[in-house]
Design a protein around this ligand. Structure first.
Ligand SMILES: NC(=O)c1ccc[n+]([C@@H]2O[C@H](COP(=O)([O-])OP(=O)(O)OC[C@H]3O[C@@H](n4cnc5c(N)ncnc54)[C@H](O)[C@@H]3O)[C@@H](O)[C@H]2O)c1
Length: 432
């Protein structure tokens, strides 16, 4: 190990015994800082930019967007925060081919998460990728393989994983505070806006719509795909289950303590409220059953979603409940948790999320080689719940899923939705 690398590890307190190490070039540059590129500095990407712009551990060398307006705004913003002008590019390959870049933040729409992550890892970059990890289940597996093959840190953007209050709640649950947890529930209960109805139209001049589509088969542009509302279209998003739901499903699964996929999934839901172009359900209830574990225990995860409710559930817009053999816990993603013995509250704690803490964990892991808190394997298990719940809704079937092969058993039609169709494009995932 050379002096620079040793100093960087000492500075970050990351010389953990036995930790795997990455190549010196990708651990830190000569002054112990990390050089990053931000891909998709739109809604969430701007939050990353603002956070990274204030982080003294980081130099922002690139901003990359296919929307010229957003690209120009991001470049200006980095200059204001860092006092240095980053390169502004519209093709992410320019970022990946630059050897001085250590890591990239990917905050594009969901359909670009896996294609961009695969290219980034194969170029040797560490990746912070927004949630849900993937647009479909097959992509998630390819992302794990790419991360491991290239020894890259890949962290999913479920920043609640880094919130101290939530971490304390998980320690209590895993320490047996409510006994053996047989059932957990995650919910989203909020009022969202309609996306209206539109006809195919012409993309605005500042948007390179073909690059925005990337490897997705060409569909006409519609004004109610952007900005942000692409998430309600099958081709680009994953519905609210993959939008807000994935945060809560991730925390519910974490507390339930399952580190595999469910083996039975059934769901009901649809468009019960909105009369618009939205393709994903506005109402969705999903049951996941996990096959008996080493202790012989079968466990269940419940997801409940209504995005037309002008009120919250149990005091929380986004929340989780854990039902144990001795007690239960109610946890609001933002507002904190309460631990009950019988019907009495015996302990309380704060909620999350913690975006700076999640960034810090990512950077610490680049230095130490440890797996991050929302490592891509964790991200894949939680994102897969969204994909399986959505498949069950789309086909109207109860799914039997083989956690080892990651295939839906005995139902070829549903199993087709484990992956997707791509067009021929430089970013089409190999092996998908
Ligand atoms: N972690 C969180 O709490 C959180 C919150 C909101 C959104 N998100 C996630 O962040 C991601 C982005 O969501 P959003 O609401 O910010 O969407 P958005 O549409 O506002 O932003 C996406 C940006 O990516 C750009 N883009 C699209 N294709 C690109 C490409 N090929 N190369 C470069 N840039 C490209 C778009 O032009 C846009 O500026 C989603 O995956 C979403 O789930 C996470």
């Amino acid at each position: 190990m050379n002096a620079t690398r040793r100093e960087f590890l000492q500075q970050t307190g990351a010389m953990a015994a036995g930790a795997a190490t990455f190549s010196v070039a990708r651990a830190a540059n000569a002054n112990g800082r990390l050089t990053v590129g931000i891909i998709g500095p739109g809604g969430m990407g701007s939050h990353h930019l603002n956070q990274l712009g204030r982080n003294p551990r980081v130099d922002i060398a690139y901003v990359c967007d296919v929307d010229a307006n957003r690209l120009a705004a991001a470049q200006k913003n980095v200059e204001k925060l860092k006092g240095a002008v980053p390169k502004a590019v519209s093709d992410m390959r320019r970022v990946f081919e630059d050897k001085s870049v250590d890591a990239v933040f990917i905050a594009t729409p969901d359909h670009w998460h896996a294609p961009a992550t695969l290219l980034a890892c194969d170029a040797g970059k560490h990746v912070y990728v927004e949630k849900p990890a993937s647009h479909n289940l097959r992509e998630g597996r390819l992302m794990i393989e790419a991360a491991r093959r290239n020894k890259c840190v890949v962290q999913m953007g479920t920043q609640t994983r880094s919130a101290a209050g939530i971490r304390e709640a998980m320690e209590l649950l895993h320490g047996g505070a409510i006994g053996d947890i047989l059932v957990a529930k995650a919910w989203n209960s909020q009022r969202r806006g309609t996306i209206g109805k539109t006809q195919p139209g012409t993309p605005p001049a500042h948007l390179d719509f073909d690059s925005w589509l990337g490897p997705v088969p060409v569909v006409p542009f519609r004004s109610n795909m952007l900005p942000g509302i692409w998430r309600w279209w099958h081709d680009f998003g994953t519905g609210d289950m993959g939008n807000d739901g994935v945060h809560d499903l991730d925390v519910a699964r974490w507390g339930l303590g399952v580190q595999t996929h469910p083996s039975r999934i059934c769901a009901m839901g649809g468009k019960y409220f909105f009369d618009d172009d939205m393709q994903w359900p506005d109402t969705q209830n999903v049951l996941f059953e996990y096959a008996p574990d080493a202790k012989g225990r079968t466990r269940q995860l419940i997801f409940e979603m209504r995005i037309w409710s002008p009120y919250v559930l149990e005091g929380h817009e986004n929340g989780c409940a854990y039902y144990g053999t001795k007690g239960h816990m109610l946890l609001g993603k933002a507002n904190g948790w309460k631990l009950y013995e019988g019907n009495k509250v015996v302990k309380e704690g704060p909620g999350g999320p913690d975006l700076p803490g999640h960034h810090a964990d990512f950077f610490d892991c680049i230095a130490s080689g440890a797996r991050p808190r929302a490592d891509i394997e964790i991200g894949h298990l939680s994102s897969s719940l969204c994909h399986l719940g959505n498949i069950a809704i789309r086909t109207g079937r109860m799914l039997r899923f083989d956690p080892k092969t990651e295939q839906i058993v005995g139902d070829a039609e549903s199993n087709k939705l484990v992956g997707r169709t791509y067009r021929e494009h430089w970013a089409t995932p190999k092996g998908a």
